[in-house]
Design a protein around this ligand. Structure first.
Ligand code: SAH
Length: 212
């Protein structure tokens, strides 16, 4: 049953013009792909795509690329696009480790990480999306003065993420351990799927914005 579902999701993705199928060929060519010179912003590990779909609706002069490793989840984002199309939003099904094969140096204007998998075991630290290994990849693709934004409700992951900044050559320009009580930031905050779920449970939401 489950296998059949996954196959169905894979087929739907393979047929979709909203998914970039050979993303390494897109490297350096994102202007041509979107057909304009607007900035390109990406969410890595977008899940069902609520956040990036909403951002794309709010900011038609920005191009967005949603990245997700699982077909079954990405499929939900495609279904949102059927219900409410967005000209400025495309998707890639890929493992984030390959990100620098898909965007050229400085080609990305902003990076969003939302509720990334915590990988709690020490030996898996390198797999965490805000780890120094990943920051080195983001360093290549993000434009010089570009910003990376990260939200989570996981305190251990957030503490880890903050500790990774200095050794990787990044600095925080904004930090909160209770985003939902920061009136200023909440004016423009777009909630992710997980953010809705975990803030309803009463968990505080942590956020940083960083640059080099
Ligand atoms: N950003 C969404 C989903 C958070 S769950 C939200 O805030 O609601 C984390 C998502 O990231 C999952 O869908 C998972 O499949 C994806 N993900 C985790 N590690 C990834 C990786 N290395 N590459 C691509 N996607 C990844």
């Amino acid at each position: 049953m489950r296998l059949r579902n996954i196959q169905g999701a894979r087929d739907a993705i393979a047929d979709s013009p909203l998914v970039i199928h050979e993303p390494e060929k897109a490297k350096g060519n994102w202007r041509e792909i979107f057909g304009n010179g607007n900035p390109v912003r990406i969410e890595i590990g977008m899940g069902k795509g609520k956040f990036i779909h909403e951002l794309a609706g709010k900011n038609p002069d920005v191009n967005y690329v949603g990245i997700e490793k699982y077909s079954s989840v990405l499929l939900r984002a495609l279904q949102k696009m059927e219900a409410e199309p967005r000209e400025n939003l495309l998707f890639i099904r890929m493992e984030a480790e390959e990100i620098a094969e898909v965007f050229a140096d400085g080609e990305v204007d902003r990076i969003y990480l939302n509720f990334s998998d915590p990988w709690p075991k020490d030996r898996h630290a390198k797999r965490r999306l805000p780890s120094r290994e990943f920051l080195a990849r983001y360093d290549r693709i993000l434009k010089k003065d570009g910003v990376l934004e990260f939200k989570t409700d996981n305190r251990e992951l957030f503490d880890f993420a903050l500790e990774e900044l200095a050794p990787a050559g990044w600095e925080a320009v904004f930090v909160t351990r209770d985003l939902h009580h920061d009136e200023n930031k909440m004016e423009t905050n777009v909630m992710t799927e997980y953010e809705e779920k975990f803030s309803l449970k009463g968990n505080p939401i942590y956020k940083y914005e960083i640059k080099r």
